[in-house]
Design a protein around this ligand. Structure first.
Ligand code: 13P
Length: 253
């Protein structure tokens, strides 16, 4: 059985103090018995990692993620954060290829492949994002685009490396808009993603890879999304900034 995952992506929100308070509320509520087999991930700003990491109990189901990392391990890259720095802080996962980074920082397929490799090399789990803009869906080119995003950055990984990934499908038109993909649209794409993974890496790997849905997930729609057979959880933006709402989402499996 695949892991059930509720991952909050805080993006560039909260001061370190506010973030610590939010994290402590999430951690407290996440220890509810009903969540014992759900993995809760908080993807927090770099500045918050050290203090939040200290309050996470040594259970297996509450993890901390970074929202990006640089593709090189060190060097003259002013303002950047490397994978070894994150590993040192005890980061479990790194979100890579979020559409905001592809759009605003022009992250290329090749760069994302290098980042994926560096994150894996430093024993962290990439949460690799893909997803189309509205125009691509309207042209019915969304499946081809998602296939291109995944195959161009990930399909040179070997089976052992690929098996460690988490994939997040986040249609850009659903991010921060209040418009969620219907459960049929989400399931259709998740099934498609699992299918291309099956063709490339085989059925047993494809069955193991968690595929999260992201884009306006809220307590009200989480249950119908998470009940889809190929949706293994969510990558939640805005709604993860409220501990109670986020935990409600995590309880929606
Ligand atoms: P929202 O949940 O705010 O739509 O954001 C989704 C997202 O981008 C998570 O990475």
């Amino acid at each position: 059985m695949r892991k059930k995952i509720a991952a909050g992506n805080w993006k560039m929100n909260t001061t370190p103090e506010e973030g610590l308070k939010l994290a402590s509320q999430v951690i407290h509520m996440a220890q509810d018995e009903s969540l014992s087999d759900t993995t809760i991930i908080m993807s927090v700003p770099f500045t918050h990692i050290e203090s939040i990491k200290k309050i996470i109990p040594p259970t297996k189901n509450i993890l901390i993620a970074a929202q990006n990392c640089h593709k090189e391990v060190s060097g003259a890259y002013t303002g950047e954060i490397s994978a070894p720095m994150l590993q040192y802080l005890g980061v479990d996962c790194v979100v890579l290829g979020h559409s905001e980074r592809r759009e605003y920082y022009k992250e290329s397929y090749a760069e994302l492949e290098t980042k994926t490799r560096i994150v894996l090399k430093h024993q962290m789990t990439p949460i690799f994002c893909c997803g189309e803009k509205l125009a691509k869906r309207q042209e019915n080119a969304h499946f081809d685009l998602v296939k291109e995003q995944l195959s161009s950055s990930l399909f040179e990984l070997n089976v052992i490396e690929f098996a460690k990934l988490v994939i997040a499908y986040e249609p850009v038109w659903a991010i921060g808009t209040g418009v969620t993909a219907s459960s049929e649209e989400a399931q259709e794409m998740h099934h498609f993603i699992r299918d291309i993974i099956t063709k490339k890496y085989g059925d047993s790997i494809a069955k193991k890879i968690p595929i999260l849905y992201g884009g306006s997930v809220k307590p009200e729609n989480a249950q119908s999304l998470f009940s889809c057979p190929d949706v293994d959880g969510g990558l939640i933006g805005g709604a993860s900034l409220d501990a109670e709402g986020f935990i409600d989402i995590a309880k929606s499996f």
